[in-house]
Design a protein around this ligand. Structure first.
Ligand code: NI
Length: 394
């Protein structure tokens, strides 16, 4: 039996315990920066494995180092812990007991996966040449947790970092892996349009910012459709429009917010100027003044070529080549990208959908999201396999 078969077998053996843990976390979801219970459970389990644990790192973040023989590198593996403000509709017997809060992105799965991996790796501590740093992160959903943890030194001394996210559109038991851009950047758009308010019956005495805002929303769509190549993967979506107090009053001002996603760093750099020009000049045509704040949130998740090749080798060893697909880049965004500013790494999709017709499963952030729990043991074996192979004593 080779290392991979043994790992999968051991992961299967701890599967019931990991599923029980995941269901407990699922029952008790916690919003971003409020993950105190989840963090305490992670810390307790890591301590039981004999690791010294740091808590309260960048919110409720938890880190623990597992040291093998000296001289090798330090590699990190990261999971996120927060839930979403969604009212659960799964009807599961372990559904959220906190109304309006739900693990609808599967971060309960990720936390269980990493605790499973920690157990599998700790059992083989003597085989490690180097250090594995386990990172349990707060507040991924608001894209703040990774930055906060990095500010507290979580990446100090780390040479490589790995992580995963479940994906219900590919079946459990499979993985999706690609080099280069796996997920796009996420930026925030805030637009203010100033006019001159007054009586709705006398528009000629006013400067109507609502008409200007309507034109701006339409014109912004041409930034993507007319100015960027269709191959470059740029998205501009306006998510909120706020103005006005009554049907017969023209307001002074309209405020809009939106999200911008880019699969290419080159086009990400150009978007602020393009969007500012469209907003400002469109507003000028309607005698209003428009201002854009382009707020960079996270860069693209950019996988390193060499480490992706290495990860592919491990995943193929565990699951077989036929269970690894190469996904197209996605415009979800992930604050794992922040860690990749400080060390090279690899992030991959862990299939969490049903075996048949996975692409019809309820998606991430859906109130009916219900991942196939058999992905947990697979994820634990995968992350453990990566660390053990990477730090193997030759
Ligand atoms: Ni997520």
């Amino acid at each position: 039996m080779d290392m991979y078969e043994r790992l999968m077998e051991q992961a299967k053996r701890i599967e019931p315990e990991l599923i029980e843990l995941r269901r407990d976390l699922h029952r008790h979801p916690e919003l971003s920066f409020k993950e105190s219970r989840t963090a305490a459970i992670a810390a307790e389990r890591l301590k039981r494995l004999g690791m010294s644990v740091r808590t309260g790192v960048g919110g409720h973040g938890v880190i623990a180092d597992l040291h093998g023989g000296s001289g090798g590198p330090t590699i990190a593996i990261r999971a996120d812990m927060d839930a979403l403000p969604i009212l659960e509709e799964t009807g599961l017997d372990f559904a959220s007991e906190t109304p309006g809060v739900m693990h609808a992105c599967g971060h309960d799965v990720h936390t269980s996966v990493l605790l499973g991996a920690a157990k599998l790796i700790a059992e083989r501590q003597a085989d490690l040449h180097g250090t594995v740093r386990f990172i349990f992160q707060s507040a991924e959903e608001i894209l703040a947790g990774a930055k906060a943890m990095i500010g507290q030194g979580v990446m100090d001394g780390v040479e490589e970092i790995y992580g995963l996210h479940n994906l219900p559109s590919i079946p459990a038991g499979t993985v999706g892996l690609k080099t280069g851009v796996l997920m796009g950047s996420i930026d925030r758009l805030e637009i203010t349009i100033d006019g001159k308010g007054g009586h709705g019956g006398y528009p000629e005495a006013c400067i109507d910012p609502i008409v200007a805002a309507s034109a701006v929303v339409m014109a912004l769509q041409t930034a993507v459709s007319r100015e960027t190549p269709p191959t470059e993967g740029v998205v501009v979506s306006i998510g909120t429009i706020h103005a006005g107090t009554a049907n017969n009053i023209i307001p002074d001002c309209v405020e809009l917010t939106g999200t911008v996603r880019n699969l290419s760093a080159q086009w990400r750099e150009r978007m602020p100027a393009i969007l500012a020009r469209i907003v400002e000049d469109t507003c000028r045509a309607y005698r209003c003044s428009g201002k854009v704040r382009y707020i960079e949130q996270v860069p693209p998740v950019l996988n390193d070529d060499t480490l992706t090749g290495f990860t592919a080798e491990v995943l193929d060893g565990l699951l077989g080549r036929h269970n690894r697909s190469e996904p197209v880049p996605m415009t979800y965004g992930e604050d794992f990208a922040e860690y990749l500013r400080f060390a090279k790494g690899c992030f991959f999709w862990l299939g969490s959908g049903p075996q048949a017709d996975a692409d019809r499963a309820a998606g991430l952030h859906s109130p009916r999201f219900n991942p196939d729990e058999s992905c947990i043991a697979v994820g634990a074996a995968a992350l453990a396999g990566i660390a053990l192979k990477r730090l193997a004593i030759e």
